[in-house]
Ligand binder design. Structure first.
Ligand code: PLP
Length: 479
């Protein structure tokens, strides 16, 4: 790694900076001094920007593969019937999905679009887990015909699947999503059938009375970025107890328990006091919690020689977050009236939606010079809300400097906004170190491709030759 020294001595006019409580805590200085590197996933930042522009999302194939392998390995070591579903909404860039499918992950999708995308990427219907609260009839017809595994969210959907199954004259095996209180996290009660209120039982009753439906799975997703592994142990216990309660019910034969996702990545959630290396438990702790509870609660099955349920995991952010970084360039700097230093970046919350929840790591790509101080990082949008970071200790920055923001792989390439700016290139660093574009930057043709112009608006006669009759300028009285 080669770092350029600052080319000029750094001088700034003197300023008064109020003392900030917390700038130094018991772990040392809060600064980013150690965060300096001119490379991203082994490729020089300058080379990447020269070739692909700034801002730029850089994705690592090796990191992605090793993350998903690790997650599967830690669970498979403890329990021998594990399936990983790749949560499309976390990052559905085609190459990312394809890598994870090559690694054996199924597709976990939550909309008609995601379903169609998985199929277009070659995923067979029976390797798709179809979740989400909005599955319309047309896509359910396709999913049922394809043999996809549908996990039902609510009663109207259940009735719709029943109808589709009847119309196609099929017997459909399905799962139901349930929600409940683990005592550790806020229950995501808006998704699925509530267990405590008896809604889940009503769904089971409906299925047991249908000649077209068989209940084969129980699903729950208790939240995201869950820092408490014991929440999963409790989740698994509750699901296993329901499975046991349902033994012998007509049209019920539970063969899979889907615990959703939610394992955290090494990212710094805002208001998290400790740094991620200390606050985020290792994935082994989650695997222990899940598998110990599962083995304990299914001992009765083992003793009677019955097969154990398949464990489905749908982790998203823990697979992809640290496999992507964002390179951004400083457009300009200014000092705010209250004395704070500010920098304007070419990437803002339009590209980094997760900046609303995380204090991402921000790295310099050259040797810093000058005094570190609290700095506000603004994005390029002409909108007040576009703040990438409200305060971070950084040295003096200059227009043209580059920063690397990480980890950004989860929920940015899907929740990014086409707002004011074009969305930039996304590249992949291949396992052999080569780099290629996996999503092209937008340009005007992309942005206008969906627009339609009504006939009476087809000519803009601002110039004299642009169509019959008087020019727009004349008609508008501009002259
Ligand atoms: C049903 C379902 N499964 C999986 C996930 C992936 O969660 P995470 O990225 O936290 O692992 C989500 C995200 O909200 C979800 O709603």
């Amino acid at each position: 790694m080669k770092l350029d020294k600052p080319k000029v001595a750094v001088w700034e006019p003197p300023f008064i900076q109020p003392h900030k409580v917390g700038a130094i805590n018991k772990f040392g200085h809060r600064g980013a001094k150690e965060n300096v590197s001119a490379d991203v996933f082994g490729v020089p930042v300058d080379d990447l920007v020269d070739q692909y522009g700034s801002p730029l999302f850089v994705t690592s194939e090796s990191q992605l593969r090793s993350n998903v392998r690790k997650i599967r390995r830690v669970f498979e070591r403890r329990y021998n019937n594990v399936v990983h579903g790749w949560s499309y909404k976390t990052n559905y860039i085609s190459a990312v999905c394809r890598i994870l499918h090559q690694e054996g992950s199924r597709a976990e999708v939550v909309s008609a679009f995601e379903y169609e995308k998985a199929r277009a990427l070659g995923v067979p219907g029976n390797c798709i887990i179809f979740n989400g609260p909005n599955k319309g009839k047309a896509i359910l017809e396709r999913a049922v015909a394809d043999g996809a595994y549908v996990q039902v969210d609510h009663m109207d959907e259940l009735k719709l699947i029943d109808l589709v199954a009847a119309q196609q004259n099929r017997i459909v095996k399905l799962g139901i999503r349930i929600n409940f209180d683990t005592g550790f996290t806020e229950a995501w009660s808006r998704f699925g059938f509530n267990l405590e209120s008896g809604q889940a039982n009503e769904a089971v009753k409906y299925i047991s009375q249908s000649p077209h439906l068989i209940l084969t799975g129980i699903h729950s997703h208790i939240g995201t970025f869950i820092l408490e592994p014991r929440a999963y142990a409790e989740q698994v216990k509750i699901m296993c107890r329901l499975m046991r309660d349902l033994e012998g019910v007509r049209n019920v034969n539970i063969d899979s328990l889907d615990i959703g996702g939610g394992f955290p990545s090494r990212n710094a959630l805002q208001r998290m006091y400790l740094p991620p290396e200390q606050a985020v438990p290792d994935i082994n702790e989650y695997a222990d919690a899940v598998c110990d509870a599962l083995i304990e609660e299914t001992r009765y099955l083992q003793l009677s020689g019955k097969p154990l349920p398949r464990l489905i995991i749908e982790s998203g952010r823990s697979v992809v977050d640290d496999a992507q970084m964002l390179i951004t360039s400083i457009v300009g700097t200014k000092r705010l009236p209250d004395g704070r230093r500010a920098a304007i970046l070419d990437a803002g919350t339009n590209l980094l939606f997760t900046a609303y929840w995380y204090n991402h790591q921000v790295r310099m790509t050259r040797e810093p010079g000058g005094v570190y101080e609290d700095t506000v990082l603004y994005g390029p949008l002409c909108m007040n809300i576009d703040v990438v970071r409200h305060t971070i200790q950084l040295p003096p920055l200059f227009a043209g400097d580059r920063l690397v923001i990480s980890p950004v792989g989860a929920y940015n390439n899907t929740q990014w906004l086409q707002f004011i700016e074009y969305r930039p290139n996304v590249v992949l660093v291949h396992e052999d170190g080569n780099v290629s574009v996996i999503r092209r930057a937008e340009d005007l043709s992309v942005m206008m491709a969906q627009d339609e112009m009504p006939l009476h608006l087809t000519y803009l006669a601002m110039n004299e030759n642009a169509g019959p009759g008087r020019s727009l300028a004349d008609r508008a009285g501009w002259r």
